[in-house]
Design a protein around this ligand. Sequence first.
Ligand SMILES: [Zn+2]
Length: 217
Amino acid sequence: MESFPKALLDGYRTFRTQRLPTEQTRYRELSVRGQSPEVMVIGCCDSRVSPEVIFDAGPGELFVVRNVANLVPVYAPDSGAHGVSAALEYAVSVLKVKHIVVLGHAQCGGIRAFIDRAAPLSPGDFIGKWMAMFIKPGEVVEQRAHETVQDFTVRIEKAAVFRSLENLGTFPFVTSRVERGELQLHGAYFGVAEGSLFVLDRVAKEFRSVREVQASE
Ligand SMILES: [Zn+2]
C-alpha cells in the first residue's frame, strides 16, 4: 500500500468526495442495467489525450480502446490474440454502438518513432511491429519535397486516422452495420497545445475545426 502512488490515492479521494456524489445514482443504475454506450472511441495511449476528458464524458458513455498511435489492424481471424479486434467485436456486435470515433492527435510519440525510425523502433521490438501495421506492403512513407518535418508529422498523424478507418472497413461485422445505417465511422484529431478538436469530413477527406463545423450548422 505504501508504494501505491500518492497522486492516485489523492485523486481517488477527490473523486470520492466531489465527483462520485453527483454520479452515484448513475453508477448504481449502470451496475444494475449494465453498460450501453453509444460511442466507441479508438484513441492513443498518450496521457494528454484522454477521450473522457476531451469529450467531457461520464460513466457509461464511452467505450474506449487506447493503443500506440490509435491504430486499428486489418481484420485477421487467425490464431493470434487481437486486443483491438476483440474490443471492436464486443462494441459492435454486443453493445451495438452507433458511432466509432478514431481519435488521432498532435505530437504522437508512436508516429514520431515511425517517422524517425528511431529506437525502440526496430523489427524485433513491439513498437516496431505494432507500427508496421500502419503501412501496406510496398507502401513508402516519406517526407515530400518542400514539406517541413512538422507538416510531414501532422500529415502522417492524420494518415493514421485514415488508415484506421480504412481498416475498420475490413471487419465484416462493422461493414454490415454501416451498410444498414446502424453504425457510423468518424475520424477526429486533437491538437494538444490548444486543446483544439478537428473532425474529419470523410467526403472532402479533410479535417475541419469543430468551431468551423458548429458555425456552419
Ligand atoms: Zn499518440
